[in-house]
Write a protein that binds this ligand. Structure first.
Ligand code: C5P
Length: 262
């Protein structure tokens, strides 16, 4: 399946007006790599961001860092010119999620997440909260966590396989007007077929060949995830816990660039 050209409109402000006739493949890969700053404090996060400054443009701030450091951690990342994905995976009643989404948007982040399992009314409320903004961040619905395998899914009462549940949630999200989704690399091809080129598919569970899986279950290599139709890859520990994070990021960018060019 061809890799979709469309990227998050959040990137538009920094994109040149005219397309580059000879796009640098590493640069194309860099626009699609999001590094998860899953660290316990602002000092560690900014140290990592600075070590990766030449390699990575997008950083994901998730629960561990946001709970420890609060919204103040976003400002120095944004001031350094990075795009921030705030991954707090909201899941609450529609009114509460709409308020949380509004508050998150006011922090200057360019992507944010809600759980698709919150249901269509919650997704519609989240969308409506962003609709009135001139340059809203990309809203993403998280389908089924990449750490969930069949045993975990069964334990929470799911009758379907994780893949079937992802498709059900994606169809529900599309009907609720969502265009952005988070899923595992193993479902990205099916979701790309459902969303078409307009879908913004953000894919965690990325492991270069031979890397430690950790708690992730439904994984793939950077190249395979891109070839299956991913818009963006989220990579945490394979970069952040590497002895040399910048070298690990460069190796992943090289693999991504080769996949994009093939
Ligand atoms: O370290 P690792 O590469 O496994 O990090 C993956 C990141 O993606 C984590 O920050 C995790 O919270 C996030 N994520 C995920 N699965 C989802 C949604 C987000 O692993 N379905």
């Amino acid at each position: 399946m061809p890799i979709p050209e469309r990227l998050n409109p959040a990137f538009a402000p920094t994109r040149p007006q005219e397309p580059d006739p000879l796009p640098d493949p590493i640069e194309a890969a860099r626009k699609r790599l999001i590094v998860a700053l899953d660290v316990p404090g602002a000092a560690e996060a900014l140290d990592l961001a600075d070590r990766l400054n030449g390699s990575c443009r997008w950083f994901k701030v998730g629960l561990e860092l946001f709970v420890a450091a609060g919204p103040a951690v976003l400002e120095p990342l944004i001031a350094r010119g990075h795009s921030v994905f705030l991954d707090l995976k909201f899941n609450d009643i529609p009114n509460t999620v709409a308020g949380a989404v509004r508050s998150a948007a006011s922090l200057g982040v360019r992507m944010m997440t809600v759980h698709a399992s919150g249901g269509p009314a919650m997704l519609q409320a989240a969308r409506a909260a962003l609709d009135c903004l001139a340059d809203p961040p990309q809203l993403l619905a998280v389908t089924v966590l990449t750490s969930m395998d069949q045993a975990q899914a069964t334990a929470v009462g799911l009758k379907r396989s994780p893949s079937a549940q992802v498709e059900l949630l994606a169809n529900m999200g599309l009907a609720a007007g969502m265009r952005g989704f988070v899923c595992s690399p193993q479902e990205v091809a099916a979701l790309r077929a459902l969303t078409g080129p307009e879908g913004v598919l953000v894919i965690p569970g990325i492991r270069p060949a031979g890397a430690d899986k950790g708690d992730q279950k439904r994984i793939a290599t950077p190249a395979d995830a891109l070839r299956s139709g991913a818009s963006y890859l989220v990579v945490g520990r394979p970069i952040t816990q590497a002895p040399d994070p910048a070298a690990a990021a460069e190796a992943i960018l090289k693999e991504m660039a080769e996949a994009l060019a093939s």
